[in-house]
Design a binder for this molecule. Structure first.
Ligand code: 26Q
Length: 829
C-alpha cells in the first residue's frame, strides 16, 4: 500500500507543526484575505470579479475552521468516546460562508474587514453556489441535525455522497417547469478537503465463494467482482461558537487503475480505459425524486456504495485502535439510517464483520442489531422502497445471500412466537413473493435495528398502527418518536438579522443555544412599542422578499398585503391544488364585486416537481396560468397577486421565511410525515393555516389554537370518509366551489385536464374537494385577523415565542438521550 493510502503512516510533520492560533480580528482577517486574493488566487486590483473575493474570504474562514477541526478530532480520539454516524443519501447543507461567520463569531470583524477593503459583503456572499445535494425535507433535516450535533459537541459524523450534479435548476418557460443541470463543483469547492488517504475499494457483481478457513471453519468470500474506488471528501461542520468542528464525509466514486485485460490485450486500449467510466458514474447525479423511483440499478449502486464505504471507514478506524477485538464495538458505535436509502448497511455490516473480520454469524448479528437505528420519513405505501431480488442477485450477490439468511432466522422467530400463523410470516417476510420477488427495505431496516422512529407524534403513531403494526406487536419497545426540528442558527439568527437583534436586546442572546428561551418573548406581545418594532422588521423582510419576487417573477407585491406562502416540493398530497382553488375563489369574488372588507393578498408558490412526475408538472403549469390570468386583470389591482417563484432552494427559503405572514401547510391529514418548512415559518413569526397533519399538530399545541388557523378532516376522518366520498356532490352543493370548477373547466384552463379531473374523482386519494369549504372559511378568518394589525402582530410574536420546541437542538438531545447515548466531548481550549 502506498503511503498516500495508508492513514496510519503519519508523516513526522504531523507532530512537529505547532502553529499559533490565527487572528480573529478585522485586521488579521483583512491581511489573510489580501494574501489569498493576491497569491493563492493570483488576482489584482484590476480584477472586478467579486467571485475571487468570495474565494479569498472562504479560504480565510476555512483556515479558522481547520484549527478547530483538528482539535475536535483529537478530543474525540483521545477520549475514546462512543460515536454516532448519520448515514444519508442527501445532505442539503446550503451555503457555508455566512454560517461559518456566524458560528465562528466573526460577523463583526469580517464586516469591518470588508468595509476597510471597500468590498460589499452581500454581493460577495451571493457568489457562493447553493449546494443542492438533497431533494427537500429529508436532506435539509440531515443538515440541521449536523449543525445541532456540532453545537451540542456530540461526536457525530455525517456520511453521504459527493454528487457532481446536485438537484436540477428549475426554470419556468411558458409557465412550465424546465430542468437544467446543476454543475455546482465546476468552479471548485473551498469547503471540502480531499482525503485520498481514506480511499476505500467497493465491490460489485461477482459471486460468493464458500470455503474452509485456516481454523477449519466454514467461511465465505465475495470474488470476481468489479471494484470501484470511494474517495473521501471532508466538509467541516462548525458548532455555534464552541470550538467544535465536526465532519461530513462525502464519497466520490472513481475507477480503479485496473483495465479490462482482455480488451487491453486485444489492442483496444481506449475501449479498456473507457470502461472505467461506469465507475465514475455512481456519484455523478442526485436522483431528483422525493418519493422512491423504484428499480433503478444506478440508485441501488449509490446506496450500496455509501453503505460499504462508510462502514469500511468506521471498521478501519476500529481496527486501528482496537485490533480485531470487536467485543466493545456496539457499545462504542451507532449508525443512524436516514430512511431506508442506506438500509443495505444492515447486510453490509454483517458481511464485513463475517467475511472480512472473521466473526461468526451470532457475534456479527449481535453487533449489527445493537448498532443500527432507523428513521422513517414517509407513510405513503407507494414510497416504501423495494428492490427486485433479481437485480440484487446480479449486483450484490453476497449481500442478497445474507439478507436471505437474516430473513430465514427472522421468520423462524415469528413461527415460534405465532405458531401456524403463515399469513403473518408472509406479511412480515423481508422478501415479498410474486412473479418478480422484491426485497422490502423498510423491513430489513426494522429487523436489523434496535430503534425505529417516526418524525412527528402523529406520524410515529400511524406507523405503529398501520404500516409497521406487525413489527410493533413483536417489538413494541423498538418504536419511538422524534419530532423533527430545524436549526435556529440558519433559520433565525442568520436569515433574519433584524429579528435576531431585537431578540438579543429583549431577552438576551441565550436563545440561539437554547431556543426554549424564546418563551420570554410572550409577555412582550402586549407591549405596543415592541409590536411596532416587530412590525417594522417584518415589513423590511417583506420588502426584501418582494424585491426578489419582482426580479424573478416580474410580479409586484405591495407590502401592506398579506403575504401568503406555500413553498415545498410539488406533490399531490401536499395539495398545492387546494391552495390554487382558493386563489381562483378569491378571483371569482373580485370579478363578482364581492370585495367588501377585502384583505389585499399576495400568494406565493414555489417548489420543484420530480422530472418524471407528470401531474406535479401540470400543477405548476396550472398555478402559472392562474397567476397570469389574475395578475393581468385590472380588477385585481391592489387586491390580489399570485406568483410562482422558480428554483426554490435553501438560499431562497432564507429570504422567504422571514418575509412571510401566512404559512400554508395544507396536506391531506395523515400524509405529511412531519414537515419542517412549517417550523421555519413559525420561528420567523408567520402564522400557520393548516390541517391536523405531521408536526402541524404539535405546532398548534405549542402556540395555542387561537394562534393557528385550523381546517380540514383529521387523519381518521379522511380514512372514514373514503367509503362515501362524492366530490361531485360536494361541488354541486357549494356555490363557491361550483364557480371555481366552472372557471377551471372553461377554455382558459382546459389544458390542465388531469389535474382538474382528479378533483372530481371519487377515488381522489387526497380528497381535495372534501376540505375546500373548511379551507375557505379558515382563509376568511386569517384575512379578518390580518385586518386587525395589533391582533395579527400578537399572533406573529406568539408564534415565534412558542417555536422553541422546534429547534433541532431539542430533537438531537432526544436522539442522544433515547438512542445514541453519547457524551459531550468539547475540544481542549
Ligand atoms: C428513494 C428511492 C429512489 C429515488 C429517490 C428516493 C427518495 C429520495 C428522497 C425518496 C424520498 C426522499 C425524500 C423524502 C422526504 O424528504 N421526506 C420528508 O422528510 C421530512 C423530514 O423528516 C419530513 O418533514 C417530510 O414530511 C417528509 O415528506
Amino acid at each position: 500500500m502506498s503511503s498516500l493510502n495508508n492513514p496510519t503512516n503519519n508523516s513526522p510533520n504531523d507532530q512537529v507543526f505547532d502553529l499559533p492560533p490565527l487572528s480573529m480580528d478585522a485586521e488579521g482577517l483583512a491581511h489573510d484575505f489580501k494574501h489569498y486574493y493576491a497569491y493563492t488566487l493570483g488576482r489584482d486590483q484590476d480584477c472586478q470579479s467579486t467571485y475571487y473575493s468570495y474565494k479569498a474570504l472562504a479560504i480565510t474562514l476555512r483556515d479558522r475552521l481547520m484549527e478547530r477541526w483538528k482539535s475536535t478530532r483529537q478530543a474525540y480520539d483521545e477520549s475514546g468516546c462512543k460515536r454516532a454516524y448519520y448515514l444519508s443519501l442527501e445532505f442539503l447543507m446550503g451555503r457555508a460562508l455566512s454560517n461559518a461567520m456566524l458560528n465562528l463569531d466573526l460577523d463583526d470583524p469580517v464586516a469591518q474587514a470588508l468595509y476597510d477593503l471597500g468590498l460589499e459583503q452581500e454581493e460577495i456572499a451571493e457568489r457562493e453556489p447553493d449546494p443542492g445535494l438533497g431533494n427537500g425535507g429529508l436532506g435539509r433535516l440531515a443538515a440541521c441535525f449536523l449543525d445541532s450535533c456540532a453545537t451540542l459537541q456530540l461526536p457525530v459524523r455525517g456520511y453521504g455522497l459527493r454528487y457532481e450534479y446536485g438537484m436540477f435548476r428549475q426554470l419556468i418557460e411558458n409557465g412550465e417547469q424546465a430542468e437544467e443541470p446543476d454543475h455546482w463543483l465546476r468552479t471548485g469547492n473551498p469547503w471540502e478537503l480531499e482525503r485520498p488517504e481514506f480511499t476505500q475499494r467497493i465491490q460489485f457483481g461477482g459471486r460468493s465463494e464458500h470455503y474452509t478457513d485456516d481454523a477449519g471453519r466454514a467461511a465465505v468470500r465475495w470474488v470476481d467482482t468489479n471494484d470501484v474506488l470511494a474517495v473521501a471528501f471532508d466538509v467541516p461542520v462548525p458548532g455555534y461558537r464552541n470550538g467544535t468542528v465536526n465532519t461530513l464525509r462525502l464519497w466520490k466514486s472513481a475507477a480503479t487503475d485496473e483495465f479490462d485485460l482482455d480488451e487491453f490485450n486485444a489492442g483496444s486500449y481506449p475501449e479498456s480505459v473507457a470502461q472505467k467510466n461506469a465507475a465514475e458514474h455512481i456519484t455523478m447525479v442526485l436522483y431528483p425524486n422525493d418519493a422512491s423511483e423504484n428499480g433503478k440499478e444506478l440508485r441501488l449502486r449509490q446506496q450500496f456504495f455509501l453503505a460499504s464505504a462508510s462502514i469500511k471507514d468506521v471498521l478501519r478506524d476500529w481496527v486501528r485502535l482496537h485490533g480485531n477485538d470487536f467485543s466493545r464495538f456496539a457499545e462504542l458505535n451507532c449508525f443512524q439510517l436516514n430512511d431506508t436509502h442506506p438500509a443495505v448497511s444492515v447486510a453490509e455490516l454483517m458481511r464485513q464483520l463475517m467475511d472480512e473480520h472473521h466473526l461468526q454469524w451470532e457475534a456479527a448479528w449481535d453487533i449489527v442489531s445493537n448498532t443500527m437505528a432507523y428513521t422513517n420519513h414517509t407513510l405513503l405505501p407507494e414510497a416504501l422502497e423495494r428492490w427486485s431480488v433479481r437485480l440484487f442477485s446480479q449486483l450484490l450477490p453476497r449481500i442478497l445471500e445474507i439478507i436471505f439468511e437474516i430473513n430465514a432466522r427472522f421468520l423462524a422467530e415469528i413461527a415460534a412466537r405465532w405458531p401456524g400463523d403463515e399469513e403473518r410470516q408472509k406479511r412480515m417476510s423481508l422478501i415479498e413473493e410474486g412473479d418478480d420477488p422484491q426485497v422490502r427495505m423498510a423491513y430489513l431496516a426494522i429487523v436489523g435495528s434496535y430503534s425505529v422512529n417516526g418524525v412527528a407524534a402523529l406520524h410515529s403513531q400511524l406507523l405503529i398502527e398501520g404500516l409497521f403494526s406487525d413489527f410493533h406487536a413483536l417489538w413494541p419497545d423498538k418504536f419511538n418518536n422524534k419530532t423533527n426540528g430545524v436549526t435556529p442558527r440558519r433559520w433565525l439568527s442568520m436569515c433574519n438579522r433584524g429579528l435576531h437583534e431585537l431578540l438579543d436586546e429583549t431577552i438576551g442572546s441565550g436563545w440561539v443555544r437554547d431556543l426554549s428561551k424564546l418563551a420570554k418573548l410572550a409577555p412582550h406581545a402586549e407591549d405596543p412599542d415592541f409590536r411596532a418594532r416587530w412590525h417594522a422588521i417584518k415589513q423590511e423582510n417583506k420588502r426584501r422578499l418582494a424585491e426578489v419576487v419582482a426580479q424573478s417573477c416580474g410580479v409586484e407585491f405591495p407590502l401592506e398585503a398579506l403575504f401568503d406562502v406555500q413553498v415545498k416540493r410539488i406533490h399531490e398530497y401536499k395539495r398545492q391544488l387546494l391552495n390554487a382553488l382558493h386563489v381562483i375563489h378569491l378571483y371569482n369574488r373580485i370579478k363578482r364585486g364581492d370585495t367588501q372588507g377585502w384583505t389585499p393578498r399576495c400568494v406565493l408558490f414555489g417548489g420543484k416537481a420530480a422530472p418524471g412526475y407528470a401531474m406535479a408538472k401540470q400543477i405548476i403549469a396550472l398555478i402559472n396560468r392562474v397567476a397570469a390570468v389574475v395578475n393581468a386583470d385590472p380588477a385585481t389591482e391592489g387586491l390580489l397577486r399570485v406568483a410562482f417563484i422558480p428554483d426554490y432552494r435553501v438560499s431562497l427559503m432564507e429570504i422567504i421565511a422571514p418575509g412571510t405572514d401566512l404559512s400554508e401547510q395544507v396536506s391531506t391529514a395523515g400524509k405529511e410525515a412531519s414537515g419542517t418548512g412549517n417550523m421555519k415559518f413559525m420561528m420567523n413569526g408567520a402564522v400557520t393555516i393548516g390541517t391536523l397533519d405531521g408536526a402541524n399538530i404539535e405546532i398548534r399545541d405549542q402556540v395555542g389554537e387561537e394562534n393557528f388557523f385550523l381546517f380540514g378532516l383529521t387523519a381518521a376522518g379522511v380514512e372514514s370518509r373514503r367509503q362515501d366520498y362524492d366530490p361531485n356532490a360536494i361541488i354541486a352543493g357549494d356555490q363557491a366551489l361550483t364557480d371555481v370548477m366552472n372557471l377551471l373547466e372553461s377554455d382558459d384552463f382546459n389544458q390542465f385536464d388531469s389535474a382538474i379531473l382528479s378533483i372530481r374523482n371519487p377515488h381522489d386519494p387526497w380528497m381535495t374537494a372534501a376540505d375546500f369549504r373548511s379551507y375557505v372559511d379558515a382563509q376568511e378568518r386569517a384575512a379578518a385577523a390580518y385586518q386587525d394589525a395589533d391582533r395579527w402582530l400578537r399572533m406573529s410574536i406568539l408564534n415565534s415565542a412558542h417555536s422553541g420546541h422546534f429547534s433541532s437542538d431539542r430533537t438531537i438531545a432526544e436522539y442522544n438521550k433515547d438512542i445514541w447515548h453519547l457524551e459531550q466531548v468539547p475540544p481542549a481550549p
